[in-house]
Design a protein around this ligand. Structure first.
Ligand code: 2AM
Ligand code: CA
Length: 264
């Protein structure tokens, strides 16, 4: 399948960083048994991947700004375009050798995400989306699931980590959703959760306290697959509020109806 020059740049960068992460994943098992443990190693893997992405993306589009999980914000000459990059989303999974992690690259133009690539090097699943051109998984066109009753749905969520977020609120949310759905899942990589919504694997997904790089590519993936993405207030932007609800229009509305009042 032919994609734009822009998407080709993003895919090439994601694949190079992905090869590096995959090599590092192979080392994790050895490190699990060593005294030092893999945590430091993972943070190096993370930084190395971000450095590669910064190099490749900056080389291809020299003026664009760059926001990466590891390196913070870098301004470019071109004030209209910014890369929003998570070099390793699903760090905890990676650290434990669980093959559910990804490189996530979003491109923002004047406040709107116009392209996204999410790549899981462990299973070679590559998701791409470009504004107005649809979303794809390994070149297959994606469409969000069509289920309209929560009782038929498998819904993804996040769980706040130790010392983070509101654990009581998270439990109240889970109880309310769990009581109404066919299945609740927690996979641990926000970008892939949203890619799963785009692919119709998950009927919906919500999570609080995320960062823009967890969601930038995922947001356009879901929208280009015909789905809806918002913050948990309904009229807020997930990317700036850090809270996200996604699904097809009906399931998004159902989740919003349940989750919004709980946060008050
Ligand atoms: P990360 O793996 O890159 O940290 C898990 O539900 C999701 O929350 C992951 O996408 C994870 O991204 C993200 N996340 C955001 N902030 C986090 C934090 N402070 N600690 C752990 N995970 C965080
Ligand atoms: Ca992340």
């Amino acid at each position: 399948m032919l994609h734009s020059a822009l998407i080709n740049v993003m895919v090439k960068a994601a694949r190079r960083a992905g090869r590096s992460l995959k090599r590092d994943l192979g080392e994790i098992e050895n490190l699990q048994v060593s005294l030092k443990g893999p945590a430091n190693f993972v943070s190096l893997a993370d930084k190395r991947a971000e450095q590669m992405l910064l190099e490749d993306l900056t080389k291809a589009r020299p003026g664009y700004g760059f926001i990466g999980e590891e390196g913070g914000a870098r301004e470019g000459q071109d004030k209209t375009h910014t890369w929003i990059v998570d070099p390793l989303d699903g760090t905890t999974n990676f650290l434990h050798g669980i093959p559910q992690f990804a490189i996530s690259i979003g491109l923002q133009r004047e406040g709107t995400i116009i392209a996204g690539v999410i790549y899981n090097p462990a299973n070679d699943e590559l998701y791409i989306a470009e504004r107005g051109k649809g979303a794809f998984l390994n070149d297959q066109r994606l469409r969000v699931a069509g289920r309209r009753q929560l009782g038929d749905c498998v819904i993804g969520c996040g769980l706040p980590h130790i010392g983070r977020g509101d654990h009581d609120l998270s439990r109240r949310e889970m109880i309310e959703i769990q009581n109404r759905v066919a299945g609740l899942r927690r996979f641990g990589a926000a970008s892939l959760d949203m890619a799963f919504v785009a692919a119709g694997r998950l009927d919906g997904y919500w999570e609080r306290n995320l960062q823009s790089w967890d969601m930038a590519a995922g947001q356009i993936m879901v929208r280009e697959a015909g789905g809806t993405v918002s913050g948990i207030e309904g009229n807020d932007d997930a990317l700036t509020s850090g809270n996200v609800i996604s699904g097809n229009e009906a399931i998004h509305a159902e989740l919003l109806k349940i989750l919004k009042p709980l946060g008050k």
